[in-house]
Design a protein around this ligand. Structure first.
Ligand code: NAI
Ligand code: MG
Length: 395
């Protein structure tokens, strides 16, 4: 069989560290691939005026599957200051390359599993009856619509006249906002399409069926955001009929954030639009260990990119040896393996990670609840590569 080609986009800061470590784990499990490096991130913004160069888009176009570390983003004004002076005033504007990737390739399905690993000292605990400490087992997979809604980028301050005039035809706009000077009105739209709402709901129900989850929950706010949340709810209600033995519920995002610390074990598959999905997936990730553990997939009709939820953690960028936890990136690579029909290898790696965490002998600084700095290594924390070594040994 010919080797697969995987595009690797290490990006900035700790993205580079965790991606390299993850490739060692993939090698160790016997996954044979050709890795093609692609440029992305801050350096390319500063030197070329584009954090997501065209050549990277072409590599992704060609090879379809990618592992991504993390990038550094900075506010517009700071970005402008760091741009190569030779490129200043040429009209370059910084934008987040990962948001750019999601939109360019229509990576509309974002999947974020949040599963408790036994023995992880960062697991959520609560007080049960009689003050007993309980550690509920979380097994939630969030399906977040990744390209539309509030992050769709359709927004204005001082909207163009046509937009403003159109909005003034809506009685609620005229009454509640029409009093403000036009140039003091800021608008961010929340647009959902039926096609992409159906795709995220379908992906969630199919996943529930395939992996035996009994519950699918839509987490939106249909009683208030009637059109967009309402459309998703209507889609789910229709779709539910096609899946025997799967129970469909819906929750409101605000109440869901309260309930997730009360009874996180009662949820299985969650569906949400872009922003609510972002919020609720971070909420559940916090219950299973936070950024050192939170993995994700961005899947489109052709291209799929797998990345940890965390960013580039610039504070730790220059620590040598590195102290950050590689597990989030390793688990993201497992999602890639699942996606390309290498589920057996993914299962082996997950088992190896679970064993290391349960043994508890090797722990990254976050698991020891230490403040991140070089000294954590003297306090018994494993370095990033020691943690990777332990995973490989456990394989
Ligand atoms: P961050 O996720 O980079 O780091 C926040 C904190 O979480 C760190 O200081 C560290 O304490 C902890 N942390 C993160 N990853 C960890 C790991 N693997 N192991 C152990 N602890 C870990 O978020 P922050 O500091 O808000 O952003 C830093 C930069 O990253 C910014 O420029 C931001 O724009 C960018 N960012 C990029 C993302 C991406 O590439 N997808 C996502 C989030 C932020
Ligand atoms: Mg987020």
């Amino acid at each position: 069989m010919s080797k697969r080609t995987i595009v690797t986009m290490p990006g900035d800061g700790i993205g580079k560290v965790v991606l390299d470590e993850t490739l060692r784990v993939l090698d160790a499990v016997g996954f044979e691939a050709e890795y093609v490096h692609a440029d992305i991130g801050w350096k390319f913004w500063c030197n070329e005026g584009n954090p997501l160069p065209q050549r990277t888009l072409e590599l992704l176009e060609e090879h379809k599957i990618a592992l991504f570390g993390a990038i550094t983003s900075k506010p517009k004004s700071e970005a402008a200051k760091e741009l190569d002076p030779a490129l200043a005033d040429k009209g370059y504007v910084y934008y987040s390359p990962i948001v750019g990737l999601r939109q360019h390739f229509k990576l509309d399905l974002c999947i974020r599993p949040c599963r408790t690993l036994k023995g992880n000292p960062l697991n959520f605990i609560r007080r049960g009856k009689g003050g007993v400490i309980e550690e509920p087992e979380v097994d939630v997979v969030v399906f977040r619509q990744n390209t539309e809604g509030l992050y769709g980028g359709v927004e204005w301050t001082d909207p163009p006249k046509q937009v403003y005039d159109a909005l003034m035809t809506h009685p609620k706009f005229a009454k509640n906002f029409g009093w403000s000077p036009k140039d003091e009105v800021a608008i961010s739209t929340r647009i959902f399409t039926k096609k992409y709402s159906e795709r995220i709901c379908r992906a969630a129900f199919d996943y529930a069926e395939k992996f035996g989850y009994k519950k699918v929950t839509l987490c939106e706010k249909p009683n208030v955001i009637r059109e967009t949340s309402g459309m998703m709810l209507a889609i789910c209600r229709e779709m539910e009929k096609e899946y025997d033995g799967i129970q469909f519920n819906f929750t409101n995002i605000d109440a869901q954030m309260m309930w997730l610390t009360k009874n996180p074990e009662t949820y299985g598959i969650l569906i949400a639009g872009n922003m609510f999905g972002d919020i609720v997936s971070d909420g559940f990730a916090g219950l299973i260990g936070g950024l050192g553990f939170a993995c994700s997939a961005n899947i489109g009709e052709e291209v799929a990119i797998f990345e940890p939820t965390h960013g580039s953690a610039p504070k730790y960028e220059n620590l040598n040896p590195s102290i950050v936890n590689p597990i989030a990136m390793v688990m993201s690579a497992c999602m890639m393996l699942d996606h390309i029909n290498e589920a057996e290898k993914a299962a082996k790696i997950r088992k190896a990670v679970a064993k290391v965490v349960e043994d508890g002998k090797i722990q990254a600084y976050d698991m020891m609840k230490l403040r991140g700095c070089q000294e954590v290594l003297d306090q018994g924390a494993a370095s990033t590569s020691e943690m990777t070594d332990a995973i490989i040994a456990s394989l």
